[in-house]
Design a protein around this ligand. Structure first.
Ligand code: NAP
Length: 280
């Protein structure tokens, strides 16, 4: 079997094109807060800003020194919450260690209505209620679901296996798949015999960041494989799957790069439009 390639590039472009009219009408603004410099973050931020430009959305990057204190961050968050000109903002992760250790406190200060990354407890909690309450879903899981929708890949009744249970990808993705009536299994570092579970998946979503973790013999023939992992190696950017092996068994697979990544950015921009609409 040779898998169909589920590219996210064209889909994301179409999604952004579809937002252009609303962006022009609503004139939302996204603010990106970056603390210190991380090469991967720099590249993600560049892509986010380029996509905002492409859709005509105002975007502002606030670059803060790596030694910014928690108090200064709290003060900035309050300013952003109060600024009616800011529709949504994100705090680009990862934060430097002294802020990463207080990340939950920082997120708790964010106005959920402006939390366009969907990382605060309020937006995560709403997402658990049902599909109808996914108002500001985390961008990467939302990107995965949009990609499945756009390729008309049914989710209801399928066994979806999610590998990775982080708060920003694995857990919300599992909840969103459940909201669409998939039977969901979630695997992580402590899962015993990972392959025995991934081989049951009709839809396998992997979000770990370990190249080579998912091999061809861990795939059910004909499965749909969504590789969310992004790792920079000497050979370029790769995902969690051994691509050629997995593509030989699966019916469809996302490439890395060019799969979930562009959809994530498009969903962040969609969330900013939604935030602005809900604030009015
Ligand atoms: P993370 O917070 O490091 O989470 C990784 C998850 O993988 C954790 O739940 C971890 O379990 C689990 N894990 C580690 N080793 C494992 C193993 N051997 N078998 C099964 N599970 C294992 O990372 P993240 O933020 O969720 O991101 C995951 C990957 O997705 C990264 O490569 C990241 O760059 C990528 N990503 C891509 C996009 C995109 O737009 N495409 C967006 C966000 C993230 P424990 O917690 O138990 O250690």
């Amino acid at each position: 079997m040779s898998a169909r390639i589920l590219s996210g590039i064209e889909l994301a472009k179409r999604m952004l094109d579809g937002l252009r009219t609303e962006v022009a009408q609503l004139n939302p603004q996204l603010v990106i807060v970056q603390v210190g410099h991380d090469p991967a973050s720099d590249s993600y931020i560049r892509k986010k800003m380029e996509s905002c430009d492409a859709v005509g959305m105002r975007v502002q990057l606030m670059s803060l020194e790596a030694n910014t204190t928690m108090e200064a961050m709290q003060s900035l968050i309050h300013d952003l919450n109060d600024d009616a000109n800011v529709s949504g903002y994100i705090i680009q992760l990862p934060l430097p260690p002294h802020l990463a250790s207080v990340q939950p406190l920082l997120f708790r200060s964010m106005d959920p209505k402006k939390d366009v990354d969907g990382f605060t407890a309020y937006n995560m909690g709403k997402l658990l209620l049902s599909k109808e309450f996914e108002h500001l879903p985390p961008a990467t899981p939302a990107g995965v679901l949009s990609l499945l929708d756009q390729y008309a890949i049914p989710v209801e009744g399928k066994h979806a296996v999610v590998v990775g249970h982080s708060n920003i990808v694995g857990k919300p993705l599992a909840a969103m798949l459940l909201n669409r009536n998939a039977t969901v299994s979630v695997c992580h570092k402590y899962t015993q015999d990972l392959g025995a579970i991934t081989r049951q998946a009709d839809i396998l979503c992997t979000a770990v960041g370990k190249p080579g973790l998912i091999r061809g013999d861990m795939i059910k023939p004909g499965a749909v494989v969504i590789d969310i992992g992004i790792v920079r190696t000497e050979d370029g950017i790769v995902g969690d799957c051994v691509f050629d092996e997995v593509a030989a068994v699966a019916s469809a697979i996302t490439p890395v790069p060019g799969g979930v990544g562009p959809m994530t950015v498009a969903c962040l921009i969609r969330n900013t439009v939604t935030a602005k609409k809900r604030q009015q």
